[in-house]
Ligand binder design. Structure first.
Ligand SMILES: NC(=O)C1=CN([C@@H]2O[C@H](COP(=O)(O)OP(=O)(O)OC[C@H]3O[C@@H](n4cnc5c(N)ncnc54)[C@H](OP(=O)(O)O)[C@@H]3O)[C@@H](O)[C@H]2O)C=CC1
Ligand SMILES: CC(=O)N[C@@H](CCC(=O)OP(=O)(O)O)C(=O)O
Length: 336
């Protein structure tokens, strides 16, 4: 049994962490912090957690005592919290972008402010860093877009099959967090699909940095906001430099992800759906088709709050503490 704290528990990813951890047999949640909802039952903010007896507490991070803390806090906030937890020998899974890049300079360029407390961290994508995560004191949980994009691109990048890859992603509105903005205001985001940060999104360099460890492909990323609550659909366009067949590509993906508990390689020609992974930690990868121009199309779907955030964070915790990898995060998505 380990004692776990959640900082930022009143947010969307915080609520999802509680949803998974409250039923985890090896976890005792000793703190769920919130500055706004101190002493309120968690179900007041997360009504699905009616059976959870926890109350939010406005506890200073420096006062926390736990084996592991999840920092489900915004980028810029985590960097002010994580170091003092690490100094107290508390292991940390940070859900923000503050510790994902290997270079502070790249972080500061794309996040637009100085990093006050750089630390070394392991990038928490189990499909590529399983061994390192097990021994990590600080795990940087990947961004939601990068998770679906990297998993969709890894096999073709590893075989250097495409010099240029376009990653086109669509995300549900919960990706923006619990605090409403002009962008997430219903009349502004309903009934439309909106590209944003089309060449400047900070997830582009995160995707490129991680994939560059496996091959030389140049990756270009554009996100879109779509009027659904949860889900990320990523369509990858790989401009092939080798004459390979769709069957070869499909076999490549099946071999690459063989044995991975949370990646499902669909049939050739089968498109993934957002709904099929909704609420689950699964990533569905499909299409595997090549057009007459030699453009390969692969698509992946994830739930931005689960595989894109809290489910992946619990997966990392399971690895860090030697629990069954799929413990408490093996629920199946929905249909319809
Ligand atoms: N939403 C998503 O799909 C994904 C989000 N992420 C990342 O995960 C992190 C959390 O995201 P999400 O749950 O959506 O965010 P939310 O905005 O929904 O929640 C963040 C919570 O953090 C708390 N908080 C904010 N600032 C501070 C601070 N300075 N100190 C302590 N607590 C603070 C707030 O609670 P209170 O004010 O009550 O203390 C707030 O509820 C972010 O870094 C986000 O970028 C990563 C992948 C996917
Ligand atoms: C729809 C939407 O707004 N999505 C968020 C992605 C949130 C996320 O993944 O958080 P990190 O910044 O911690 O990676 C965005 O584009 O900023």
């Amino acid at each position: 049994m380990i004692e776990v704290g959640i900082i930022g528990a009143s947010g969307y990813t915080g609520g999802e962490l509680i949803r998974f951890l409250m039923k985890h047999p090896d976890v005792d949640i000793v703190a769920a912090t919130s500055r706004k909802f101190d002493d309120e039952p968690v179900y007041k903010v997360h009504p699905n957690l009616r059976d959870c007896e926890l109350k939010f507490k406005n506890i200073e991070p420096s006062k926390l005592e736990a084996d592991l803390v999840f920092t489900a806090t915004p980028h810029g906030a985590s960097m002010k919290i994580v170091p003092e937890l690490i100094d107290k020998n508390i292991r940390v899974v940070d859900l923000s972008g503050d510790y994902r890049f290997e270079s502070t300079e790249i972080y500061e360029k794309w996040y637009g402010f100085k990093h006050s407390n750089p630390l070394n961290a392991v990038y928490g994508l189990p499909e590529i860093n399983r061994k390192e995560i097990k021994h990590a004191d600080l795990v940087a949980n990947p961004g939601c877009y990068p998770t679906g994009a990297i998993l969709a691109c890894l096999p073709i990048v590893s075989e250097n099959l495409a010099d240029n890859i376009v990653v086109d992603s669509k995300s549900g509105v919960s990706g923006a967090g619990v605090n409403p903005t002009d962008t997430t205001h219903y009349p502004n985001c309903s009934d439309s699909v909106s590209p944003y940060a089309v060449t400047t999104h900070r997830h582009g360099p995160e995707i490129q940095e991680k994939l560059s460890k496996y091959g030389n492909s140049k990756v270009s990323f554009t996100p879109h906001l779509v009027p659904v609550i949860r889900g990320i659909m990523t369509t990858v366009h790989g401009f092939l430099t080798s004459d390979v067949s769709p069957e070869y590509i499909h076999e490549l993906y099946k071999e690459f992800y063989d044995g991975e508990p949370f990646v499902r390689v669909l049939e050739k020609g089968e498109s993934p759906r957002m709904s099929s992974v909704r609420g689950s930690n699964n990533c569905h990868i499909g299409c595997f088709e090549i057009d007459e121009n030699g453009r390969l199309v692969v698509a992946s779907s994830i739930d931005n709050l689960v595989k894109g955030a809290s489910g992946q964070a619990v997966h990392n915790m399971n690895l860090m503490f030697g629990f069954k990898e799929t413990e408490s995060i093996d629920n199946i998505g929905l249909h319809p």
